[in-house]
Ligand binder design. Structure first.
Ligand SMILES: Cc1ncc(COP(=O)(O)O)c(C=O)c1O
Length: 426
């Protein structure tokens, strides 16, 4: 029985769309301008987000749209019914049967097409952390006494992995203080100065979009600069791909960790690792098949059993986004950011923690009320008194605001009014 027949024969699924069909976003009317609020109302209607509070923390992970969620549930039912037949034994007896290998390759091909890279340069993981841990700990061009650098915007677990290179490879680990406010130029300068100050630098970690501020740094320019000094770069792209429109293949990067459960809208627990084909040898193997000389990227991970239904649903998530268009998503996130940020650009009681330079922000952005002493308390106030869920960033005394595709301009107005109200009561 093929998957479609199985799903159709399952009584419980009678009311649900068939998973093997695409979970495309339902575009209500082709005549609607895709940058209009009316269009985005139709997208919002495809998300079931709680109405107990306004969720402005899409940065933790992305809520699945209903078509993607339904597809995921159906994939789960299928896997639950077919069990290991789908992954292994069935393939040997019925080579033409639908199987995980075929589905996984299709997902990888779609991802490769979207990124403009070869499928041989991609492997699935369980998240950005896993991808980046594999890249950082597996980077095998380090010798004792070499220096590795990262900026102070690095994500906590990546910082820990970089620091571990001291124990693991005997490296000198240097954290650079990144200038604030950030400019396109000072982000390049700080890493160049860091390399000049540490002539034995071999490896640099870049966080494409900082999770604490939303600042986007010029990874293309920094990577090209670092290459001039013989320094390799690993990029943490946990927040960038899917949130804004950029040409990945044009960045000239070699080693990148992504997740697919934030801005791609896939189920929790799926990530992606990119290694440029001729650099795969520079990352240690993790598999018993990874004898020297094997440059199959699949030997660079060892994830164990993954959530197969989540992997299958990556395809549905990509189709959903495709049907909207990344250019429109990019403009929508910028419009949502602008909706609340504009209220404070001339207000010196509030700091906006990502620059107005279009190249350096997308939708996610943090703020600080200068006179407020405690970000955790401010976050609690926003939730308790104004019903707005955000992410407090205590290290910066800031609050991170991350709208999703389901957010409206009214949500952003609600936030701006709450901030004004809190200030007026201080
Ligand atoms: C910059 C950055 N890198 C990596 C991660 C980790 O991502 P994942 O949950 O996919 O492991 C996060 C999560 O918030 C992040 O913000």
């Amino acid at each position: 029985m093929d998957r479609r027949t199985f799903l159709q024969s399952t009584a419980a699924l009678a009311s649900v769309a068939i998973a093997t069909s695409s979970a495309s976003a339902q575009i209500a009317s082709e005549s609607l301008d895709r940058d209009s609020d009316a269009f985005w109302e139709t997208i919002r209607a495809q998300y079931k987000v709680t109405d107990e509070f306004t969720n402005l923390n899409a940065g933790h992970w992305g809520i699945m749209s209903e078509p993607v969620l339904e597809a995921f549930v159906e994939h789960t039912r299928y896997i639950n019914a077919y069990s290991s037949y789908y992954v292994s034994h069935g393939i040997q007896v019925y080579p033409d049967a639908e199987n995980y290998g075929v589905d996984r390759r299709e997902v990888i091909s779609m991802l490769a097409r979207k990124l403009g890279v070869s499928p041989e340069e991609l492997v699935l993981t369980r998240g950005a952390t896993e991808s980046l841990q594999l890249l950082i700990s597996g980077y095998n061009n380090l010798e004792e006494g070499d220096t590795v650098l990262f900026g102070d915007a690095a994500y906590y677990s990546m910082e820990a992995e970089m620091r571990h290179l001291k124990v693991h490879r005997g490296c000198n680990v240097v954290e650079l203080k990144v200038p604030d406010p950030a400019t396109f130029e000072n982000q390049i300068e700080v890493f160049e100065q860091g390399i000049k100050d540490n002539p034995k630098t071999k490896l640099l970690l870049l966080t494409h979009m900082a999770n604490r501020t939303g600042v986007i740094i010029p990874i293309k320019e920094i990577t090209a600069m670092a290459r001039g000094y013989g320094v390799d770069v690993i990029v943490d792209a946990a927040h960038s791909w899917g949130q804004y429109d950029f040409d990945f293949a044009d960045q000239g990067v070699d080693f990148v960790g992504f997740n697919l459960h934030k801005w791609i809208g896939a189920p929790l627990g799926v990530g992606l690792m990119y290694i440029k084909k001729d650099r795969i040898k520079d990352i240690d193997t993790k598999s018993s098949k990874g004898e020297p000389g094997n440059t199959n990227i699949n030997t660079r991970t060892q994830t164990g059993t993954m959530n197969l239904a989540a992997v299958m649903a990556v395809k549905d998530a990509l189709l959903f986004l495709d049907n909207i268009g990344i250019d429109h998503i990019d403009r929508r996130f910028r419009a949502l950011r602008h909706q609340w940020v504009k209220e404070f650009l001339d207000d010196d009681r509030v700091d906006i923690l990502s620059p107005e330079d279009e190249r350096m922000h997308a939708g996610l952005t943090s703020f600080r009320i200068k006179a407020h002493p405690d970000a955790r308390e401010l976050g609690k106030t926003l939730l308790r008194d104004y019903n707005i869920n955000t992410a407090p960033i205590p290290e910066l005394n800031g609050i991170r605001v991350a709208p999703g595709l389901y957010s409206s301009k009214a949500d952003m107005d609600k936030l701006a009014n709450a901030i004004k109200d809190i200030i007026s009561k201080m």
